[in-house]
Design a protein around this ligand. Structure first.
Ligand SMILES: Cc1ncc(COP(=O)(O)O)c(C=O)c1O
Length: 396
């Protein structure tokens, strides 16, 4: 048996998206900027995809800028809005401690360029409140960026309310909705969102393509200079087949969302209940305000990486929050942001499900994780110390 439970990292492409891409690759090879008929055919296909994606977000087609994915959309939004703010003498930015690195590293760069960044603390339940945002806004604040749903612990932020606070204060509001689009309600107008980042490969679309929603009337300096594509806001010939694949995947995700969510939540909750029965285990993030497919746990006395590798041997593809891109052994900044101490944060596991998961697979994952945690604890010196009383348990 192989169970792919790492859908927050990326998803398997939907057959409908693959078909749409293949048709476009075969038949629509023109450059949408060319004036001849082959080019204009590509421009029409591109316009159709743009219109469909815009309709799913509740925006106008002209408010979408296609990008190479979520990271580029985040970079464009933050750098562009920061520059806009600086031109008005406003150089303060608010975000949160548990954003994706595409946001956090961009903010770090902006700090080096003279901006001041306030990173809001995240509550233990993995949620940032509108009141926190309100209290942090200063006269020189130019931008607030708060993610819609967290990629590690799946918690969902009160985006519409945070958007309202920003709108009332006259501050631009960006949300990294990479984990939310296709999975949660999105209506950029009703939710008071000025800028929103999305990425196709998180909703069964292709990798390397995404979009930035940019509210009409906001003019950002382009990150990528060159041709006049995307109304002069992002240079480079559009990847028409990938954009068509993204539109097909998003249509499918949105059309079946209610039914997928209704099926997924009880299965997710069964998995949570099963893993919560392991002694000294704790769910990360709010039990209800979380993505329908996200299960994130910390198990005391073990290393997440070892758990991950042993689960892979048992056919389960999962992820550990403590995996570190830099090669150092620092635990996940997300788990630290919700108050997990280093020792506990190291023993983390994320299982991110998609709608194809079955009850038999949930049962298998509960059994495999329970057995593997017990095995790892059996060979762990830390666990021995905890059991002997030489160390105190952190997770009750
Ligand atoms: C919340 C969040 N933001 C941004 C990104 C980056 O998206 P991409 O891989 O399309 O660059 C990811 C991907 O993991 C993500 O989960």
């Amino acid at each position: 048996m192989q169970i792919y439970a790492d859908n927050a990292a990326t998803t398997k492409m939907s057959p409908a998206a693959i078909d749409a891409m293949l048709t476009t690759l075969r038949e629509t090879y023109g450059n949408p900027s060319s004036l001849h008929s082959v080019g204009q055919q590509a421009a029409e296909v591109l316009a159709d995809a743009r219109g469909r994606i815009a309709a799913r977000l509740g925006c106008e087609p002209s408010e979408l800028i296609f990008t190479s994915g979520g990271s580029e959309a985040d970079n464009q939004a933050l750098r562009g809005a920061a520059r806009l703010g600086a031109a008005k003498g406003k150089k303060h930015i608010i975000s949160t401690a548990f954003e994706h690195h595409a946001v956090l590293h961009t903010l770090r760069r902006l700090e080096k360029e003279g901006f001041t960044v306030t990173l809001l603390d995240v509550h233990e339940n993995g949620i940032v409140t509108p009141e926190q945002v309100q209290a942090a806004i200063r006269p020189d604040t130019c931008l607030v960026s708060v993610m819609y749903a967290n990629n590690e612990i799946g918690t969902i932020q009160p985006i519409a309310e945070i958007g309202r606070v920003c709108r009332e204060a006259g501050v631009l509001f960006h949300t990294d909705a990479v984990q939310a689009v296709g999975h949660l309600d999105i209506d950029v107008k009703a939710q008071n969102i000025d800028m929103l980042s999305l990425s196709a490969h998180k909703f069964h679309g292709p990798k390397g393509v995404g979009a930035l929603y940019l509210r009409k009337g906001i003019y950002l300096e382009p990150l990528i200079e060159g041709g006049a594509q995307e109304r002069g806001r992002r240079a480079g010939t559009e990847d028409v087949p990938s954009i068509v694949g993204m539109a097909a995947a998003l249509d499918e995700a949105c059309e079946h969302r209610a039914e997928h969510t209704a099926r997924l939540i009880p299965l997710r909750d069964k998995l949570i209940a099963g893993l919560a029965a392991i002694p000294h285990a704790a769910l990360n993030g709010d039990a209800e305000k979380r993505l329908p497919g996200n299960v994130s746990f910390c198990f005391e006395g073990i290393e997440g990486e070892s758990l991950l590798l042993l689960l892979d041997d048992k056919g389960i593809c999962a992820s550990s929050g403590s995996a570190c891109t830099s090669g150092s052994l620092d635990p996940s900044h997300v788990l630290l942001a919700i108050g997990r101490v280093h020792d506990v944060a190291h023993g983390s596991l994320r299982l991110s499900l998609d709608e194809s998961v079955t009850e038999a697979e949930i049962d298998y994952m509960i059994q495999a994780v329970t057995e593997t945690v017990a095995y790892l604890r059996g060979i762990s010196p830390v666990w021995r110390e905890l059991q002997s009383g030489a160390r105190d348990y952190i997770i009750a």
